[in-house]
Design a protein. Structure first.
Length: 429
RNA sequence: GCCGUUGUAGCUUAGCUGGUAGAGCACUCGGCUGUUAACCGAGCGGUCGUCGGUUCGAAUCCGACCAGCGGCGCCA
C-alpha cells in the first residue's frame, strides 16, 4: 500500500501500486470514470475503464460519491491531463463505503462551513491549515528543547486570576467554584527555581465577549519563563524562536502555503532581524504614518494594523507606560514610569502575537503593586513566596500560537486558523 | 458593554416602486466527452425566520419577537 504523494514520481511509472483514501472528485461517462482520490498526503487521479474492468466493478466505481472510501490497485502512468501529472489505471478496487451525498459542495458560506467543520476538516484548505499548525507547534517545542529548556505542565483549573477577574470562566468544583486558567505564567515562575528555563503549550481561556478577527475564548498559549535574564535577553530568545518557527514552516510546508495562497516571499522576509522600538518612539512613528496618538494611549487593533503594514518583520515594542500593563511588570530602574516589557507585533497588519517582559522579583515592590491593583495577597501567597525564598531576576512571555498561525498563513480571521474555534458564540462542533 | 447588519429550497442566492417565487451547486434519471469546480437535457426540492397589522392582494410596507452575522473595546 502506497501513500499518494509517494506515487507522484517518475520511479513509479509502469509499476503496480495500491492506494487507499477518499473520493475527492468524480466524473463519469459510459466508458470511463475519473476518480480523484485523496489521502493524507495528496490527491491523484485514477481512471476506471469499462473495457478493462468487470461490469460490476465499473458500475460500483461509477456510482461513488464525494468522500466515499475505497482502495484501488492499478498501474501508474504519467499523464499531463491529470491534476497531479500522474494517473493510475485501475485494475482492481475495493469500496469500503459508498456514502450518501456529502453535505459540503461548492459555493458555501462561512457559517455553514463552521457548523460542518468536522467534515470541512477534510478540505484541502483545512488540511493545509492543520499541517502548518502541526509544524508550528512542533517547532516551538523543538526550539526550546534545543536550548535546554524543560517542558512543564501547569494546572488548567486554578483559584487565582492572572489578569483581570472579570474575564474568568467559572466551573463548578465539588460544590465550590474554580476558574479556568487565563495564563500559566505564575505557575511557570514557580518552576524556574528548580529548572531555571521552562516552557509550556497549554490552553488558556478568556471569558471576554470579544467578537473580533483575532480573539478566541479558548486558545493555545505558548509560554516560557527564564531565570537570571532581563527583558533584552528575553527578546533575543523570542526573536530566534519566531524565526525558527517561520523557517521550519518554509522548510516543511511550501505546498500547504501555496494551497492557502500565501505570499511566500513576504513570509521569508520576516526572518530578517526584528526592530526594537520604544513605546514613545512608536507613538511618534505612528503619528508620522498619519495616526493621531498621544503618549499614554494604548494601541488598538486599527492602530496596530496601520503601523504594521509598514514592516516586513515582526517588531518589538518596549518600555510601555506603567499604566498600560498589569501589576507584575518590572519598572525600568532608569525611569520607573515605564516598564521593562515588550509586545511583539506581527507584520502585514496582524499585530500583537506576544506579550512579555521582566517580572518584579522584589517582594516589597510586588506587594505594593498588588495593593495598587486591589489584589488580595492571601490568595497569591504562593506567588509572593517565590519572592521570599531565593528570588532572582527573571523574564518570560506568552504567545498566542493561534495568532502566530493566523499570521504565518495570512488568513483573514483566527477562526480559520484553528480546527475547532471556541468563541463567544460557538461551541459546536 | 457599544455600534452596525442579515434572515427566500440541503447549500449559495435573484426577486427595483406590493400582483401568492426564479437560478446555480448537490442529489436522481438520460445523453455525451480523456474529464479537470466537465458539459447538455429532464426531474426532485420553498407554508420566503416567527407572530400580528395595513391592503382586494405581502417575500416585498409597518410593528413586535426570535435567531444569526460583522466590527470596536478587552487581550495573546
Amino acid at each position: 500500500m502506497e501513500k499518494i504523494s509517494q506515487v507522484l514520481h517518475d520511479d513509479f511509472i509502469g509499476k503496480s501500486v495500491a492506494v487507499r483514501g477518499w473520493v475527492y472528485r468524480i466524473r463519469t461517462s459510459k466508458k470511463l470514470a475519473f476518480i480523484i482520490i485523496r489521502d493524507s498526503t495528496g490527491i491523484i487521479q485514477a481512471v476506471a475503464n469499462s473495457e478493462r474492468l468487470s461490469e460490476k466493478i465499473f458500475s460500483d466505481l461509477s456510482s461513488l460519491k464525494v468522500e466515499s472510501s475505497l482502495s484501488i490497485e492499478g498501474i501508474v502512468r504519467k499523464d499531463e491531463r491529470s491534476v497531479a501529472g500522474y494517473e493510475i489505471d485501475i485494475v482492481s478496487a475495493h469500496v469500503f463505503q459508498n456514502n450518501d451525498k456529502f453535505p459540503i459542495s461548492r459555493d458555501l458560506g462561512e457559517e455553514f462551513l463552521l457548523d460542518n467543520r468536522h467534515l470541512w476538516l477534510r478540505s484541502r484548505e483545512m488540511t493545509a491549515v492543520t499541517k502548518i499548525r502541526s509544524t508550528i507547534f512542533k517547532a516551538f517545542s523543538d526550539f526550546y528543547y534545543s536550548r535546554g529548556f524543560y517542558q512543564v505542565q501547569p494546572p488548567l483549573m486554578v483559584s487565582t486570576a492572572t489578569e483581570g477577574g472579570s474575564t474568568l470562566f467559572k466551573v463548578p468544583f465539588f460544590g465550590d467554584e474554580v476558574n479556568l486558567t487565563q495564563s500559566s505564567q505564575f505557575y511557570l515562575e514557580t518552576f524556574i527555581f528548580s529548572l531555571e528555563n521552562v516552557f509550556t503549550i497549554s490552553p488558556s481561556f478568556r471569558a471576554e465577549k470579544s467578537r473580533t478577527w483575532r480573539h478566541l475564548t479558548e486558545y493555545w498559549h505558548a509560554e516560557a519563563e527564564c531565570a537570571w535574564i532581563g527583558n533584552e535577553e528575553m527578546m533575543n530568545i523570542e526573536e530566534d524562536m519566531i524565526r525558527y518557527i517561520v523557517e521550519k514552516v518554509l522548510e516543511s510546508n511550501i505546498p500547504e502555503l501555496k494551497e492557502l495562497g500565501r505570499d511566500i516571499e513576504a513570509l521569508r522576509k520576516a526572518t530578517a532581524p526584528f526592530p526594537r522600538i520604544r513605546y514613545e518612539k512608536l507613538i511618534e512613528m505612528a503619528n508620522s504614518f498619519g495616526l493621531d496618538l498621544k503618549y499614554g494611549d494604548d494601541l488598538g487593533a486599527d492602530e496596530e494594523r496601520k503601523i504594521m503594514v509598514h514592516f516586513d518583520t515582526p517588531i518589538f515594542v518596549t518600555h510601555f507606560p506603567r499604566e498600560l500593563k498589569t501589576f507584575y511588570h518590572m519598572p525600568d530602574p532608569g525611569n520607573p514610569n515605564v516598564i521593562l516589557c515588550h509586545d511583539l507585533l506581527a507584520p502585514e497588519g496582524y499585530g500583537e502575537i506576544v506579550g512579555g517582559g521582566e517580572r518584579i522579583w522584589d517582594l516589597q515592590t510586588l506587594e505594593q503593586r498588588m495593593k495598587e491593583y486591589n489584589l488580595n495577597p492571601e490568595e497569591y501567597y504562593w506567588y509572593l513566596d517565590l519572592r521570599r525564598y531565593g528570588s532572582v531576576p527573571h523574564s518570560g512571555f506568552g504567545m498566542g500560537l493561534d495568532r502566530v498561525a493566523l499570521w504565518i498563513m495570512h488568513l483573514d480571521t483566527i477562526t480559520n486558523a484553528i480546527p475547532y474555534p471556541r468563541t463567544v458564540r460557538r461551541t459546536k462542533p
